[in-house]
Design a protein around this ligand. Structure first.
Ligand code: RIB
Length: 302
């Protein structure tokens, strides 16, 4: 199975701060770094490091060379990435001493994805392939419709949630991978309890496999026949940016390789635990060997 990830590519400008600035407050960052990121790029890197055959499509600006280099070095096919006149997308990220973040994105070239470009790229893929989307590029709803029309397995990570999601026909999505906050927004509920939230999501999206990430409480999987819970692997967080993307990439690589959902969730949990110990979104994504070793070590302790 080939995986086409039609997704964002960002340059992440990361500021380590003692605390997030309050309204009207000016703070001094402890340090600053620039990294490759974007939910799309991060997920492609995670898929490739997990061993999947992945093609990334999307748009970068003239400053996007560093993004293409990182994808290529990880083994991601970049044949379909287009250069537009706009600068590459970027993110301003504050990371606090607990490794938590606040992110502002500027879409830049990620907003130059057009329906005709989507058609051109999709012409190279068919029903045996997977289409992965997040919500950081233009014309996501068109891509969902066309992916479904072609009979591809359509996977959507509706992140970040914004008004454009309302235009998407989520009944055409085969896998919805989302966090609790996104889950509540899509299900239209305030339910704190995971079972209630999962039930509401299943009612609303009966045809989709659901993968819900729950932060320190782990993650769960529901496909209409079974519901599985996966705990977290112990980790001291340095930078949680991209941990969800690492989870998504590793989970999907496992699913595409024919692993059971329980196995795929376990690999994904181990991979994201390693990623939070490292700085940088894409840079922190571990290799398959590192994930395997993490799982072995945990098994030995049990
Ligand atoms: O999920 C983390 C990513 O969100 C960052 O890399 C940033 O670019 C934003 O897209």
């Amino acid at each position: 199975m080939k995986i086409l990830n039609l997704g964002s590519l960002n340059i992440d400008r990361v500021y380590r701060v003692e605390h997030y600035a309050e309204t009207g407050e000016t703070i001094q960052a402890r340090d600053y770094g620039e990294f490759c990121g974007g939910k799309g790029l991060n997920q492609s890197i995670a898929l490739a490091r997990a061993g999947a055959e992945v093609f990334h499509a999307g748009c970068v600006g003239p400053d996007g060379g560093i993004l293409l280099e990182m994808l290529t070095a990880a083994g991601v096919r970049t044949d379909f990435i287009q250069e537009s006149g706009e600068r590459s997308g970027h993110a301003v990220i504050q990371v606090n001493p607990d490794g938590q973040n606040k992110i502002t994105i500027f879409r830049g070239a990620n907003g130059d994805v057009t329906p005709s470009y989507i058609d051109e790229v999709l012409a190279h893929f068919g029903p045996a392939d997977m289409l992965l989307l997040q919500n950081e590029i233009s014309h996501v709803s068109y891509a969902i419709d066309k992916g479904r029309e072609k009979g591809m397995t359509v996977v959507f990570n509706p992140s970040p949630i914004n008004d454009s999601i309302a235009q998407c026909d989520l009944q055409k999505v085969d896998y919805l991978i989302l966090n609790e906050v996104e889950g509540r927004q899509l299900a239209g509920t305030d339910a704190e309890d995971v079972q209630t939230l999962l039930g509401k999501l299943q009612e609303k999206f009966p045809g989709a496999v659901l993968v819900l990430t729950l932060g320190s409480r782990g993650s769960c999987y529901a496909d209409g026949e079974e519901i599985l819970y996966q705990g977290i692997f112990p980790s001291k967080a340095v930078d949680t940016t991209g941990a969800g993307d690492t989870f998504t990439g590793y989970f999907l690589a496992g699913a595409a390789a024919g692993r059971t959902p329980a196995e795929a969730m376990k690999y994904a949990a181990a991979a994201s635990a390693i990623s939070v110990r490292r700085r940088g979104a894409a840079l922190g994504i571990p290799s398959f060997g590192e994930v395997f070793q993490e799982m072995q070590q945990l098994r030995e302790k049990e």
